[in-house]
Ligand binder design. Sequence first.
Ligand code: HEC
Ligand code: HEC
Length: 193
Amino acid sequence: MRALIALGFGGLLLAGTALADEPAVGDSVAGKKIAGQCRTCHGIDGYAKIPIAPHIGGEPASYLRNQLIAFRNGTRTHEMMSVVAKMLTDQQIEDVAAWYSSHIAVATLTADAASAPQACTACHGTDGIALVEDAPNLAGETNIYIDTQLKAFRLGKRTHEVMSAVAEDMTDAEIRAVADWYGSVKLDIKMAK
Ligand code: HEC
Ligand code: HEC
């Protein structure tokens, strides 16, 4: 009995090690099929079709994966996305993240770069194309979407070490100004084959 239990734990440990050494790798071809469930809102290329949904084409895969896991486990909630994410397995999350991240987001400024919000550009870029790992692009998102997310961080409905601190002291007017800046950038998504 004891030997069996020891074996059982050994197996678990081994499985755990194998997982840690080889994180699931996303397959963008399989991900494209899953994106069929996302396209009515996010488009097949990740250029959103409805104003409350964000553009997700060309985002870092790690960011997309983290958000889908957060919707699935309830640390980020949204009436539509919480339902969608609960239906996805770990592998499907990796695959659909690989698909959407395989495209290239191209931003074009429509206003003077000098007006870009200095508090944000180190991570989100002047044009809203992220400069740091794990940060999302903001280029061309609707000002409603950016506004909603900043207020969620401010309220503690959505939490993140950096962004909760950034949003904490922002006034509604400051939130609206940065939302308008990134919302004014023109976004194109160049699709992978
Ligand atoms: C019915 C519309 C709808 C469908 C279908 C849908 N989404 Fe969403 N998605 C949304 C909305 C709306 C949001 C914004 C949620 C919020 O305000 O927090 C969102 C947010 C997201 C985010 C967070 C992006 C960010 O910038 O933080 C990801 C990632 C995402 N969706 C991926 C997917 C994937 C993958 C699928 C398909 C498996 C999918 N969505 C299907 C509407 C949808
Ligand atoms: C030090 C880096 C850093 C700075 C500075 C920063 N951000 Fe962020 N931002 C991040 C990261 C990382 C995330 C991803 C949070 C998560 O995983 O939930 C993020 C997420 C966001 C989101 C959510 C986007 C989405 O698609 O859901 C918005 C909106 C945002 N930031 C706006 C801003 C604005 C506006 C400023 C300036 C006032 C700013 N950020 C400053 C790193 C930063």
